[in-house]
Design a protein around this ligand. Structure first.
Ligand code: ATP
Ligand code: MG
Length: 262
């Protein structure tokens, strides 16, 4: 269970560029829940994930993960229990290392077995099986350098690395936005499968409202650093993209703008 209490982050405080990126955010995410996050550019979505992962410190407020307060814990501490994917497929993998070596690193992070002891044969078989799940033919390319992969292949590999040892929390920040529609759909499908199979608590930021409403089990809407809407259950199931835009406008006195659309 992840709980965020009265979280605030203000950038450039006291200047003309002052920006409340998180404005008294209170949120609770049950273990195994899958929440999607939407909101216009600058709404505070990435800041929320950065605050959870420890990349940004809160100005005030608290963050608890499974009963432990992590507000003051450094980013590298949280990285051991929180998996993260960004929009940029080049982040998250080491281009000069092979697929196998990248997976071994990710696997070692969770099992405390480093790359130094080498890749055991059993691990190789395990990696091959895991890669075949992606449906991208990467299982036959264990010795290929990751830098040679396409963006979509790399993002799928990053997803596998982030979940090969299931984290307590998975943070996805527009992780399919840079991929072509077909690959994006493929990576989204794999995301749903990995998350469900391992019961990983997941928070996914997206600009694709359709994905947001049809992936996971609840959707939250941010605007100007504030939580303006939470959708779950029947209300979410019956929500259409058009209606959501109207509800959002009423709630935030704002509009999504073109950037919210596919
Ligand atoms: N490191 C930073 N320094 C200064 N301002 C920042 C920083 N990070 C974010 N901001 C500002 O905080 C606000 C929220 O930014 P954030 O990146 O969280 O938005 P977002 O909802 O992820 O938007 P997008 O959809 O464009 O990714 C913006 O006004 C942004 O300019
Ligand atoms: Mg963002």
């Amino acid at each position: 269970m992840l709980t965020i209490k009265n979280a605030r982050i203000t950038f450039n405080a006291g200047t003309v560029n002052e920006r409340k990126a998180l404005d008294k955010i209170n949120l609770s995410f049950a273990r195994g829940s899958f929440t999607t996050v939407i909101g216009s550019n600058g709404a505070g979505k990435s800041t929320l994930l950065n605050a959870i992962s420890g990349a940004y410190a809160l100005d005030s407020g608290h963050i608890f993960l499974d009963g432990e307060e992590i507000t003051e814990k450094p980013e590298h501490f949280r990285a051991r229990i929180i998996g993260r994917l960004f929009q940029d497929p080049l982040k998250g993998t080491a281009p000069n290392m092979t697929i196998e070596e990248n997976l071994a690193l990710a696997y070692g992070r969770g099992t405390r077995r480093g790359l130094s002891i080498g890749i055991r044969k059993a691990d190789g078989v395990f990696f091959k099986e895991a890669l075949s799940r992606l449906g991208l033919g990467l299982e036959d390319r264990l010795k290929s350098k990751v830098g040679l992969l396409s963006g979509g292949q790399r993002q799928a590999l990053t997803l596998l690395m982030a979940t090969i040892v299931p984290p307590k929390l998975l943070l996805l920040d527009e992780h399919t936005a840079a991929l072509d529609p077909q690959t994006a759909a493929q990576v989204m499908r794999i995301t749903g499968e990995f998350v469900r199979e391992n019961n990983i608590t997941t928070i996914m930021v997206t600009h694709n409202i359709d994905d947001a409403l049809h992936t996971g089990d609840s959707t939250i809407v941010l605007s100007n650093g504030r939580l303006v809407l939470t959708l779950e259950g029947v209300e979410r199931e019956s929500m259409t993209v058009e209606r959501l835009m109207k509800v959002y406008s009423a709630a935030a006195n704002d509009s999504f703008g073109d950037s919210m659309l596919l």
